[in-house]
Design a binder for this molecule. Structure first.
Ligand code: UFG
Length: 345
């Protein structure tokens, strides 16, 4: 299939681009390179499957409807995987319009471009942040859990989910089938086991990369944000899903999507791990006894978030390969120790 991967030079998008390319699809990457890395494209071009037909790169924004429409037509794109987005919850509070402009507005422009060309499938990177702080009765989180985001990041992602659903209905009424999937991610972690691509954020805010940077001596240590949560060890519980498994779910769902399908899936392993458990696992994997201190809670962190992934498991062939967090951390460690300064290394 001909697939457009927006944000394909970023962390999750690059893993999707690699998987699609190595599974025989034609990939077009659209990325502004504001947060993505040109080196991703260079590295992907070294794959034996890569040539002018199978891998194209366009530097640009989904907000540029005209250019994107032209690109979709030229590359005869059938499916869009939309990863490009800002994803810092704290920043979304201080600059909410940045999130609404890009994560909702620019994504709507992308849908307009899809409407004007031959795209008939759309896979959207949504988030468990659309659920906000579900009460205990809703843990583990099912897709039917009420969506009440508690920050602009979650609001903007939810707004686009709604735009996507409305657009799909319009196309159904017109008799022009358009299928879509909203994939709500939990905590994505790990890196490409081949170490061709990996995780490189600036600034880095995620727990596992911060821990590994501390293990490498690039940070003085790790601070646990809050030790008085109502959880067994007092620290927050999350569901860590390997990026390789996450993107394989995208490919599986893309292949399964029928004409006018609307699918919503939670993508997590279904297992909650605390911050302390992640730190202990990372000490084991790296063999480094880095410094850990206890700090204040980070505003907006719900105590416990983990998925009930039974719907995606029942309705598709998706089987996550990385169910042991040590293995997830091991792949991230392989990347970070080989690239201590990210793609600049
Ligand atoms: N944490 C620390 N110390 C750190 C960094 C993180 O204790 O230095 C804790 C956080 O407080 C949280 C846990 O580690 O309890 C995980 O934090 P991350 O920042 O790695 O991930 P989040 O759970 O905050 O974020 C994830 C996704 C976001 C998404 C959010 C929804 O990465 O994109 O879930 O709640 F928006």
């Amino acid at each position: 299939m001909n697939v457009l991967v927006t944000g394909g030079a970023g962390y999750i998008g690059s893993h999707a681009a690699k998987l699609l390319l190595t599974s025989g699809h034609n990939v077009t990457i659209l990325d502004t390179l504001e947060l993505g890395h040109e080196q991703v494209v260079t590295n992907l071009r070294t794959l034996p499957q890569a040539n002018e037909q199978t891998l194209a790169f366009c530097k640009g924004s989904t907000a540029d409807r005209e250019t994107v429409t032209k690109l979709l037509r030229e590359r005869e794109v059938e499916c869009v995987m939309h990863f490009a987005a800002y994803a810092l919850v704290g920043e979304s509070v201080t600059d909410p319009l940045k999130y609404h402009r890009n994560n909702t507005g620019a994504a709507v422009e992308l849908l307009e471009a899809c409407d004007a060309s031959g795209v008939s499938k759309f896979i959207f990177s949504s988030t468990c942040a659309t659920y906000g702080e579900p009460s205990e009765e809703f843990i583990p989180i099912k897709e039917s859990t009420p969506q009440h985001p508690i920050n602009p990041y979650g609001n903007a992602k939810l707004a686009f989910e709604k735009a996507l659903m409305d657009f799909r209905t319009k196309r159904e009424i017109e008799g022009r089938p358009f299928a879509c999937a909203m994939l709500r991610y939990f905590n994505v972690a790990g890196s490409d086991p081949d170490v061709l691509i990996g995780e490189d954020h600036d600034p880095e805010t995620h727990l596992i990369p911060i821990i590994l940077q501390a293990a490498l001596g690039k940070r003085p240590g790790v601070t646990i944000f809050g030790t008085d949560y109502p959880t067994p060890d007092g620290t927050c519980i999350r569901d860590y899903v390997h990026v390789q498994d996450l993107v394989s779910a995208h490919a599986t769902v893309m292949n399964a999507l029928g004409d006018c399908d609307l699918r919503t899936y939670n993508l997590g392993i279904g297992k909650g791990l605390s911050v302390r458990e992640i730190i202990e696992a990372a000490k084991q994997v790296t063999g480094v006894d880095f410094k850990v201190s206890e700090g204040e809670r980070r505003p907006g962190d719900p105590p416990t978030l983990y998925a009930d992934p039974s719907r995606v498991r029942a309705e598709t062939d998706w089987v996550p390969q990385f169910t042991d967090v040590n293995e997830i951390i091991r792949t991230a460690w392989d990347w970070f120790s080989a690239h201590p300064d990210g793609y600049a290394s």
